[in-house]
Design a protein around this ligand. Structure first.
Ligand code: GLY
Length: 361
């Protein structure tokens, strides 16, 4: 097991990565419980079932709140239900909330921890690759409303993250691949050596691969550095917004194809291809670089083109409604070279041309 620190002054915390991280979370909860504090753990039912030993292990120190995953669970009703459960079970300001599951469980429980009694301590035990390398790190929490995904939320950093890669063995292959999109994103946006490492692998990374913990660590390291430098995404250029590489186009794909048609990671993978094509069109990178990015994406069983064409007007309109647009203007994450990115406005005519090209592939 390895540890990666997120440096945020007095709110710094460790991300424990690899086999044994779950045991480490139990030790941490044991210490907290020994101090007389109550621990509550919102846990994904499916993960408890797939890994039966975890239920009894968590119950030793924590009161379990089992829930069903799925994007629809990230709603006000479920948030209210968790807060009521906490109140009825006597949770106080010193109590601790933990999330055991994927991004949905982490985002929802993190938001509950942010608002219950104006904020209680929070821990993350992510069990999907996507949650390990992205949503569990950095303190973004929230829920969806009818008007859009993640439109309501709060920044609430966890006190520790325990990413046990042994949970990934039961993750469906398609979901594992979707998580790899965020790993590849980290390499492209800020770590050329990591990209070389991913490029040098002959086969796609898989849950039992000895290289997986290293890929997760490098992704978390990159994310930790970006978050430490711009925790609340307030930087006027670059900063935390760089983590949105591929997301503006990806969200447009998800929105226009209908949520659920593509997994988030699949949409981000295609979004990265569009970002690469746009960067090439703007003269920042070469066609060889675009090809290299596409090859790593494809090697990891992710799509580089749409299954069915989408309407470009609808995509442009979805992009302008994205929550990342500000004052009606859209900034894009552009690739200056593999491992180096920046944010900038782009001429919408050029963006449209690139989208036309992409949907026709
Ligand atoms: N997933 C993007 C961020 O955490 O900022």
């Amino acid at each position: 097991m390895i540890e990666q620190k997120v440096e945020l002054g007095s709110r710094s915390y460790g991300i424990h990565i690899g086999e044994g991280a779950f045991e480490e979370s139990l030790k941490t909860f044991g210490r907290i419980a020994a101090g007389g504090r109550k621990i509550f753990c919102v846990a994904d039912n499916a993960v408890l079932k797939a890994h039966p030993h975890t239920e009894a292990a968590l119950k030793k120190t924590a009161c379990l709140i089992p829930i069903f995953g799925g994007e629809r669970t990230k709603c006000f009703e479920k948030l209210a239900e968790i807060c009521s459960l906490l109140a009825r079970a006597g949770a106080d300001r010193k109590s601790v909330l933990a999330a055991f599951g994927g991004g949905v469980v982490g985002d929802l429980s993190g938001f509950a921890a942010a608002v219950y009694m104006r904020g209680i301590e929070f821990y993350q035990i992510p069990t999907t690759l996507l949650a390990m390398v992205d949503s569990s790190v950095g303190g973004k929490t929230g829920i969806n409303i009818a008007e859009g995904k993640n439109l309501v939320g709060a920044f609430h950093q966890p006190s520790g993250v325990f990413a046990d890669t042994s949970f990934l063995s039961t993750l469906p292959q398609r979901e594992f691949a979707a998580g790899m999109a965020e790993v590849i994103k980290c390499a492209v946006l800020g770590d050329a050596k990591m990209f070389d490492f991913l490029e040098s692998l002959e086969a796609p990374l898989s849950p039992r691969d000895a290289n997986l913990s290293e890929a997760v660590r490098l992704s978390c390291k990159l994310k930790a550095e970006v978050v430490a430098a711009d925790e609340r995404e307030t930087s006027s250029s670059g900063g935390r917004a760089l983590l949105n590489l591929g997301h503006t186009f990806g969200h447009a794909v998800e929105n226009c194809a209908g949520y659920g048609n593509y997994l988030h990671g699949e949409a981000v993978a295609m979004g990265m291809v569009v970002a690469a094509m746009l960067s090439q069109k703007l003269g920042l990178i070469s066609s060889e670089d675009v090809q290299r990015i596409e090859s790593v994406i494809q090697k990891n069983r992710l799509p580089v083109r749409l299954r069915e064409p989408l309407d470009v007007d609808a995509m442009v309109s979805a992009m302008s409604h994205d929550k990342k647009s500000a004052c009606g203007k859209l900034k894009f994450v552009l690739i200056n070279s593999i491992g180096k990115t920046s944010t900038d406005f782009a001429d919408m005519r050029v963006v449209r041309e690139v989208l036309e090209e992409f949907v026709r592939r």
